[in-house]
Design a protein. Sequence first.
Length: 122
Amino acid sequence: MNKPTRSEQAEAILKGNGRDLASKILARRATSAEDFLEAFNLERIDLIAEVEDHARLLSFGMNVVGPRDGIYVIDDGGSYRVYLQERGETMQGVAGVDFSSAVDTLIDLCVLRNGIPWRPVG
């Protein structure tokens, strides 16, 4: 498989398909940090570039507090709550943060949720 663009790689990670894409690129199951370094050539700035505005930030998570597992991105009217919920419990996240901090947290949670044992440089 030809290596997808950096934008396509970032989109896959943010939508929860990073491990699948890395496995397709490698033509084998991606499991280690070295696998992701081999499969992807993106940097953190590529992930940040995919979340260019308020609407895009909200598109990567659930926007109403609820019982489902996943990433939540809540607009609190001037600030954001971004968190990961598993089995009804908040596992990690932040509240009362600005847009930039919300994007940083979203990226960290997406990498974590994908089970990627690697952090993009930058």
